[in-house]
Design a protein around this ligand. Structure first.
Ligand code: PGA
Length: 264
């Protein structure tokens, strides 16, 4: 059975010292409430500058460490960028690609993501590919088309053999961050079924094993409704998980709802 995936992107928050303190406290809370098991996979995605510190703190803990983006080239004249091998050398095993803030604020395109997905998986990094539509696209009824284009373009070259290293997060742009509106669970359910269908068409039956995570204003009050949906295999949380207490609280509520949905 697929594990339940749960993690947080810190965005441009937390120095190395703050990240270390977060991990120390989170580890203590997880020891107090033993949750980790074969049916749970946690991950943390701090800023680049916190990766090496976080990697040391997470040593011997089954929590994946991820970077927030990377360049597709192995090296070169790309000031400000880092490569897949640098991400790995910093101690991360995962890279998030295509976060809405990278797409909207920094001009990341589907074509660039196509190259990044290949560079990351070739370096044996796990990829958490984020997709999602703008409010204006939802308003004119093209959410499914937008997400299908994002998935089909970014994953165009990915061989089936690399699928064990792929996770996908649906994060509608209108729902994330300050000012975001939490999505209705019915919308999330529809979009996750749609993504599964797109992936099944592209990759065949093995696409059932691709974890589909939901993110966007997930909090303690709404996490259970999302986590209980079919085709929601995990939660990707920002603000509500930026304290260790918040992280564990949303995790516990989401995990309980997800596990309850298995036995229904
Ligand atoms: P949020 O962030 O949970 O604070 O809305 C989600 C994200 O941007 O990944």
């Amino acid at each position: 059975m697929m594990p339940f995936y749960f993690g947080s992107n810190f965005k441009m928050h937390q120095t190395p010292a703050q990240t270390a303190a977060f991990i120390t406290e989170l580890s203590q809370l997880l020891t107090d409430h033993p949750l980790a098991s074969a049916t749970l996979q946690l991950f943390l995605i701090p800023p680049f500058t916190s990766l090496t510190t976080a990697a040391e703190r997470l040593k011997d803990r089954p929590i994946w460490l991820g970077a927030q983006t990377m360049h597709w080239a192995a090296e070169g004249a790309y000031t400000g960028e880092i490569s897949a091998s640098m991400v790995r050398a910093a101690g991360a095993e995962l890279v998030m690609l295509g976060h809405a803030e990278r797409r909207t604020l920094f001009g990341e395109t589907n074509e660039a993501l196509r190259k990044k997905v290949m560079a990351a998986t070739s370096a044996s990094l796990r990829v958490l590919l984020c997709v999602g539509e703008h409010a204006a696209e939802r308003a004119v009824g093209i959410s499914q088309e937008v997400v299908a284009i994002q998935l089909k373009t970014a994953l165009a070259d990915l061989p089936t053999a690399a699928l064990p290293n792929l996770l996908v997060a649906y994060e509608p742009i209108w729902s994330i961050g300050e000012g975001g509106t939490p999505a209705e669970p019915t919308v999330v359910g529809e979009m996750h079924s749609w993504m599964r269908a797109v992936l099944l068409t592209k990759f065949g039956d093995v696409a059932r094993q691709i974890p589909l995570l939901y993110g966007g204003s997930v909090n303690r009050d709404n996490c259970a409704a999302y986590a209980a949906l079919p085709d929601v295999d995990g939660l990707f949380v920002g603000r509500a998980a930026w304290t260790p207490q918040g992280f564990v609280e949303v995790l516990q509520l989401g995990l309980a709802a997800h596990r309850a949905s298995w036995v229904e």
